[in-house]
Structures are given as structure tokens and as C-alpha cells.
Design a protein around this ligand. Structure first.
Ligand SMILES: C[S@@+](CC[C@H](N)C(=O)[O-])C[C@H]1O[C@@H](n2cnc3c(N)ncnc32)[C@H](O)[C@@H]1O
Length: 221
């Protein structure tokens, strides 16, 4: 297993170590991976596998959707001190945990947002999501929150051809296009993980975001 120092930039090590410490003892942390040594790979390295992407490294306003225990948003905030990260989470219990994690980390570039994604607004140059929903739902969530030319990165496990095709159709409807799919292997034994990178190429139609719940109830494709 890798150490934090091997997967995170030097300035991010201390804040991330504090967060991993909290996550290992706080029962409200929304994860099954509590052992800090294992979490280095499963959460931190996985989150930071996107850092080589220029759209991520250069981002300044990042919205992390469905943050749960805070991954990838907290790791990106620690690694990118010039960026501000909004952690958007609808479950109040998870938001309270996230607030504790932000406080203990002493990161000053993170805000916890207690809201449903579809009911929140803002213009970002990067939107991220991990373990949240199928691609057609994700692109519908992300598009209204992006400025033109902004990017959406989805951390995904294996994606069926059907989901990929539906994701491309939905992306077209909301003004996004798939730029690349980057296979990643952030920890030993990682399988079928990839970053799906979309760019906003057209204005998202006014009818988005749809009413809360519609994206999952009646997906665009
Ligand atoms: C499976 S967890 C993933 C958490 C984290 N991104 C990770 O990879 O560890 C998904 C989270 O998204 C939140 N969520 C689901 N739908 C949401 C919505 N429409 N708006 C805001 N949060 C949502 C859930 O409450 C949950 O905490």
C-alpha cells in the first residue's frame, strides 16, 4: 500500500492525514473504507488520479456533486490551493461530517453546500462526481453548473456500452461532449476505473435543471 506522501503533493499531506484520521473514527463518514492506509489508495489516490488532466490542474471553481464522505472534492481542495471547491450534498448527516472534515483539515478553500444538485446554481470551470449516478444522469446534473468550455469529470467503474451510448446522447442534449476516457489504476487491484472527461461546447437549454428527481426518474436517454 502506498503512503500519503507518495500519492499527494507535499502541501496536501497534512490536511489529508487529518481527514483520514477523522474518517477512521467518525461513524457518520459515508464510506466503508475507514482504515487510513487503505483509504490512501481507495480515496486519495483515486481522487488525485485526475490531477494530470490540465482541466483539473488549472481549475479555479470546482463543484463536487454528491460528495458523501468528500471524495474527490476534499482531495482536490487540498491539492489545488488556488481553487475553491464546493461540496454539494443533499443528506444533512453527510454535510455535518463534511463540515467537521473541513474544520479539522484547516482547509480554507472548501464550502459545504447542503442542497440537491438540481436545486443549486453557480458557474464553475470544473464539475466532478464519483459514485453518484449513471452517465446520462451525471451529464444532466453537471451541465447547468458549468461555464462554456468548462469540464465535467466523472469517476466511473466499468461502464456498459449501453450506458456510454446513453451518456453521449444525454450529453449532446445538455451541451456537453465527451473529450476523452482515461483509464486509471490508482491502487493495487483497481479494475476498470476510468475518468470520463466532458467539455461544455454549447449553452445548456433553459429547461435544465429539471425538477429535483426527474433526471433519475426519467433519464434523458
Ligand atoms: C455513493 S455516495 C458517493 C460519495 C462520494 N462521491 C464518494 O465517491 O465516496 C453518493 C452521495 O450523493 C448524494 N446524492 C445523491 N443524489 C444527490 C442529489 N440529487 N443532490 C445532492 N446529493 C446527492 C448522496 O446523499 C450520497 O452521499
Amino acid at each position: 500500500m502506498k503512503r500519503l506522501e507518495e500519492v499527494a503533493p507535499a502541501h496536501a499531506v497534512e490536511p489529508l492525514a487529518r481527514i483520514l484520521g477523522l474518517q477512521s473514527v467518525d461513524p457518520t463518514a459515508s464510506t466503508t473504507v475507514r482504515d487510513p492506509a487503505e483509504a490512501v489508495g481507495r480515496h486519495v489516490a483515486d481522487s488525485l488520479s485526475a490531477l494530470p488532466l490540465p482541466a483539473v490542474r488549472g481549475a479555479r471553481r470546482i463543484a463536487d456533486l454528491g460528495s458523501g464522505a468528500g471524495w474527490p472534492g476534499l482531495a482536490l481542495a487540498a491539492a489545488l490551493p488556488d481553487a475553491h471547491v464546493w461540496l454539494v450534498e443533499s443528506a444533512i448527516r453527510h454535510c455535518r461530517y463534511l463540515e467537521r472534515a473541513v474544520e479539522i483539515s484547516e482547509l480554507t478553500n472548501v464550502s459545504v453546500v447542503h442542497a440537491r444538485i438540481e436545486e443549486w446554481s453557480g458557474e464553475h470551470d470544473l464539475v466532478t462526481a464519483r459514485a453518484l449516478a449513471a452517465l446520462p444522469v451525471l451529464v444532466e446534473y453537471a451541465a447547468p453548473l458549468l461555464e462554456l468550455d468548462g469540464h465535467f469529470v466523472a469517476w466511473k467503474g466499468a461502464v456498459s456500452e449501453e450506458e456510454a451510448a446513453a451518456g453521449a446522447l444525454a450529453a449532446d442534449i445538455v451541451g456537453l461532449e465527451l473529450v476523452e476516457r482515461v483509464a486509471v489504476a490508482p491502487y493495487a487491484g483497481a479494475r476498470d476505473l476510468a475518468l470520463h472527461v466532458f467539455r461544455k461546447i454549447a449553452v445548456t437549454p433553459d429547461r435544465f435543471p429539471r425538477r429535483a428527481g426527474m433526471a433519475t426518474k426519467r433519464p434523458l436517454a
